[in-house]
Design a protein around this ligand. Sequence first.
Ligand SMILES: Cc1ncc(COP(=O)(O)O)c(C=O)c1O
Length: 439
Amino acid sequence: MSNSSANNLDAFWMPFTANRQFKSNPRMLVDAKDMHYTNAEGQKILDGTAGLWCCNAGHGRPQIVEAVSKQIAKMDYAPAFQMGHPKAFELAARLSAMMPNGLDHVFFTNSGSESVDTALKIALAYHQARGEGSRTRLIGRERGYHGVGFGGISVGGIVTNRKHFGTLLAGVDHMPHTHLPEKNSFSRGIPEYGTELADELERIVTLHDASTIAAVIVEPVAGSTGVILPPKGYLERLRKICSKHGILLIFDEVITGFGRLGSAFATDYFGVQPDMITMAKGLTSGAIPMGAVVCSKDIYDTFMDAPENTIELFHGFTYSGHPVAAAAGLATLDIYKEEGLFERANALAPYWEDALHSLKDCPNVIDLRNLGLIGAIELESIPGKPTARAFEAFLKCYEKGVLIRTTGDIIALSPPLIAEKKHVDQIFDTIRTVLGEIA
Ligand SMILES: Cc1ncc(COP(=O)(O)O)c(C=O)c1O
C-alpha cells in the first residue's frame, strides 16, 4: 500500500506550510460565508485575513457565484492567443477606468507572482524596444515580497524565499527596507521617519549608472514580510529619482489593490503614480485565480510601434484573461462599487486603528503598525525560538474562532472590507486574551 493511500493527507505537498506539523493536527476549512469560515468540526472561524489578503468582498458572494456559474456554462474557455472573448476586454476597460490617467493598458495573468514576472519582462522589453537595451538591471528592496517566480524572488528580499534557489536573476540590486523600529514604533498610520532611505536609490544609480537600470519595484505597503509602511514622502521621492533617470517604477499592489487602504489602489492613497501596477488577489475577491499588470500609455504605445502584423510582446499564459476569471472579476468590481466597499474600509480604518493600538500594553508587544484595514502586531521573539510565539498565538486564536496570519513573530491582519465594528472587536479581544495566555 502506498503512503498516500495509507494517509489521505499525505499526497498533497502543501505550500508555505509545515506539512508534517499540519498533517498531525489539521486545520481543515470546509465552508465560507461573508466574514466567516466553518471548519471540519463545525466551528465558525472569523476571517481576520481575508483568506490570504484576497477575499476583500467577503466569502460566498452570490453575485460572483452566479457570474462564474453562468460563464462556465456558456463558454468555459477560449484560446488566449490570437483569439478573444468579450469579458476580458470588458474587464480590462473597467480596470483601466479605475486607474489614474495614463495607466490604461491591462495584461492579464493568473496570480501575483505571474503579474510581477510579467511586469519585469515588460520593463526589459520596453527599454529594448526604445533602443536602450543596456537597461537590464532590476532593483527591488530588502524584505520585499513579490511572489515566488524567479523574477519575483530575485527582486524580493525575504531571505528564506531566496537562499535555497541558487543564484537567481543576475543584475539585481536592493534598496534598504523602511522598517525603523527605534524611531517609528507604535506609529499610527504613515511613519514619520525614514524618507531619506529613498535616496539609497540614488546611490545605487550612481554605482551602476542609470543607463543599466530598467526598473524599480516596490510594494507601496509591504505585506508578507510583516507589514512595513513607507515613511512620509518616501514613495514621492522614489518616483522623482526614477523619473530623473528614466527608470520605470513598478508598484506591486497585489495586496494594496482593491480597497485595502480605503482607496481603490495605493497609487490613489499616496498620490504617487508608477509606470506599472501589478495586481491579483482582490481582483476577483479570491474566488477564481486572476492577476493583471496595468501599464502606462507610453509603455504600451512603445510596443505598438512595431509593424502591425507582428506579435508585439512574446509573453502570455494559456489562462490570460480566462473567461470564468473575467466573469468573477466583473462581478467583484460591481460589488465593490455597489456596496462602496473602498469607502467603507476608509470609514472603518480609524476604529480599526484604535482597536489595534489598544493592544499596546499586552505582554510581549514590541510594535503596532496600521494603515487602512491592515494591522500588524510585532511580538518579542522567544530567545532561540524565532516565530514560535506568534505561531502559538495563531493556533490559540484559531482554537478561539479567529483566523490571523503570522510571519516571523509578527501577526498581520487584513479582514474583508465588509467587516463591521463587532468583527473588529472580536479580532482584537481574542488576540488580547491569547497574548495574555501565552505570556
Ligand atoms: C506584494 C505581493 N506580490 C506578489 C504576491 C504573489 O502573489 P501570488 O501568491 O498570487 O502569486 C503576493 C502574495 O502575497 C504579494 O503580497
